[in-house]
Write a protein that binds this ligand. Structure first.
Ligand code: SAM
Length: 276
C-alpha cells in the first residue's frame, strides 16, 4: 500500500468513529486539494523535516508526506493515533508520531535537526506556539501556519492598521511574514465561527540579539498596553520622554504609528546607559 491507497479522510474518520472535539480546537481540513495547496505554499521538498502540530485526521500530514518530506507530528488527542498509525504504515518510515501537548514537547529534540513547521493550528494555543517558536530554543527554518483571520492580521499588520500591535512588531522584527492564503469557515469540518488565513514566516538572516528582543518585548508591552496614550506617558516606567529622545522618537507619538525601526531604537535606548 502507498499514500495514494489511503481511504478518503471522511471514511477514515468514520471507520475510527472519531468526532471533532471543541476543547481540542478541532476543525478539520478534509479536502486534500486544500491541504496540498498549503504544502505547496510551505515550499517543503523531499528530504526536509517538518514538524506538524495537531495532525488530527491527517489531511495536511498526507499532503506533506507526498512532497517527500519527513514529518514529525505532535498530537495531543490520543484518539487519533490509531488512524495516524495507518498513515505511518504507508509512509516509508517518514512519519513519526509524538503523542503530547505541543506547548510542552521539546520540538527541537523531536525533529532531531533543522526543521520547518507547517500546521493548521489549534486556535486556543496558536499564538502562544508562535511566540515560543519566534523566541524560544526551537527556531524553525520556516513556519506556515493556519490562524484565525484576526490573528493572521495581527501578525502581518503595518503601522496605523487597527491590528498593529506587539505581535506584528515581534514577529516582523524576527521574520518576513505574509498572508499566503485565506480560507472561509466552511472549508473546515466542523466550520469554526470565523474565517482563517495561512501566514508564512521566514526568519530573517540577521535578527537583533536576544537582549534587544527582550527589551523590545518590554517596550511593546508598555507602549501597546496603553496604545491611546503618548509614548512619554505609556513608556514612563522605562524612561518616558527622555528615553524617546535618546531613541530619536517623538515623545508625543502614539505606539500605533511607530514602525519596526522606531521600536528597535526604543528597545536599544532602554539598554544604553542614560547620558550623564
Ligand atoms: N491538521 C488537522 C487538519 O488540518 O485537519 C487538524 C487541525 S485542528 C485545527 C487542530 C489539531 O490540533 C487537532 O487535531 C487537535 O487535537 C490538536 N491539538 C490541540 N491542542 C493541541 C496541543 N496543545 N498540542 C498538540 N496538538 C493539539
Amino acid at each position: 500500500m502507498s499514500l495514494a491507497d489511503l481511504p478518503p479522510l471522511r471514511e477514515a474518520l468514520e471507520r475510527h468513529d472519531l468526532m471533532a472535539r471543541k476543547s481540542f480546537g478541532q476543525h478539520f481540513l478534509l479536502d486534500l486539494n486544500v491541504t496540498r495547496k498549503i504544502a505547496r505554499l510551505a515550499q517543503v521538498t523531499e528530504g526536509d523535516t517538518v514538524v506538524e502540530v495537531g495532525p488530527g485526521p491527517g489531511g495536511l500530514t498526507r499532503a506533506l508526506l507526498e512532497t517527500g518530506a519527513r514529518v514529525v507530528a505532535i498530537e495531543k488527542d490520543s484518539r487519533f493515533l490509531p488512524l495516524l498509525a495507518e498513515v505511518a504504515e504507508v509512509a516509508d518510515g517518514r512519519l513519526e508520531l509524538v503523542e503530547g501537548d505541543a506547548l510542552k514537547v521539546d520540538a527541537a529534540q523531536a525533529a532531531g535537526g533543522p526543521a520547518h513547521v507547517v500546521s493548521n493550528l489549534p486556535y486556543n494555543v496558536g499564538t502562544q506556539l508562535l511566540i515560543n517558536w519566534l523566541t524560544g530554543p526551537f527556531r524553525p527554518l520556516s513556519m506556515t501556519l493556519m490562524f484565525q483571520k484576526e490573528v493572521a492580521d495581527r501578525i502581518v499588520a503595518q503601522p496605523d492598521d487597527d491590528a498593529y500591535g506587539r505581535l506584528a512588531v515581534i514577529a516582523q522584527t524576527l521574520c518576513e511574514a505574509r498572508t499566503v492564503m485565506d480560507l472561509p469557515a466552511k472549508a473546515f469540518t466542523p466550520p469554526p465561527k470565523v474565517a482563517s488565513a495561512v501566514v508564512r514566516l521566514v526568519p530573517k538572516a540577521d535578527p537583533p540579539p536576544v537582549e534587544v528582543v527582550a527589551a523590545l518585548e518590554r517596550v511593546t508591552a508598555a507602549a501597546f498596553g496603553q496604545r491611546r496614550k503618548m509614548l512619554r506617558s505609556s513608556l514612563k516606567a522605562l524612561g518616558g520622554a527622555a528615553l524617546c529622545e535618546r531613541a530619536g522618537i517623538s515623545p508625543d507619538a502614539r505606539a500605533e504609528v511607530i514602525d519596526l525601526a522606531g521600536f528597535l531604537a526604543l528597545a536599544q535606548a532602554t539598554l544604553d546607559a542614560a547620558p550623564l
